[in-house]
Design a protein around this ligand. Sequence first.
Ligand code: GUN
Length: 281
Amino acid sequence: MILIDGKKEAANLREDLKKEVSHLKTKYNKVPGLTVILIGDLAPSQIYVRNKERSAKEVGLKSEVIKYPDNVEEIEILNKIDELNKDHTVSGILVQLPLPKHINKKKVIEAIIPEKDVDGFHPVNVGNLSSGYESSIPCTPLGCYLLIKKVEPNLSGKKAVIIGRSNLNGKPMTQLLLKENCTVTITHSKTKDLKGECLKGDVVVAAVGIPELVKGDWIKKDSIVIDVGINKTEKGIVGDVAFEEVSKIAKAITPVPGGVGPMTIACLLKNTIECFKRSQS
Ligand code: GUN
């Protein structure tokens, strides 16, 4: 069994990105810049944003976090995004989700110009990805994709089963695996016989937010299992996959923590650098 070490893969990716930033600095005499907007004081969001800022600085990006209180008006955020859209030192803009209820997520996502949308959430980027054109790709599915490719570089003809149909993970994951010529099944809460569907998967990606949903007898031998879940339980943080059972069957599996999580942030840095390069060409 291969334990997919997301921590190590993310460190390798950051090392490559650091070299790339150094080359870009020599070539253009400037470095890519990432600006993160954080609204409110949700603890998980604060931790994510702190990690994003630290990693961005580590690879040599210009990094800025702009914080607002929970009760900030929507217009203030939209005005700030407008300002950042026009700022040539800012290559990528990320507004940390979730947002307070009085702020319209769709409006905020669409306010960021697609060229600076490092999350790949803007409808133009979503459309470009689904049409197979160049686009920003949402960081978590991009991280999953890179981990899968490490284990199995040739995915052509493989059956991929995705659990969860979110815009953040399930849907973009589908596009990435389709592009690799996988036969993709998207499953969700209304799927009949979820176990039966999972058993067909050469690749199974669980991104549904249900602790240890995927059991050992849901997975066929030699499958690659990617666990996107981060669920708080009495026994601590667990994924969407029952790791102990599934790791006895699968060919390869990501642990939680230390699997997909570290790759997500590294991919955000990668997206920021890609946005910078496109802005220079
Ligand atoms: N909150 C949790 N994950 C994400 C993400 O990938 N992007 C943003 N903007 N917010 C998040």
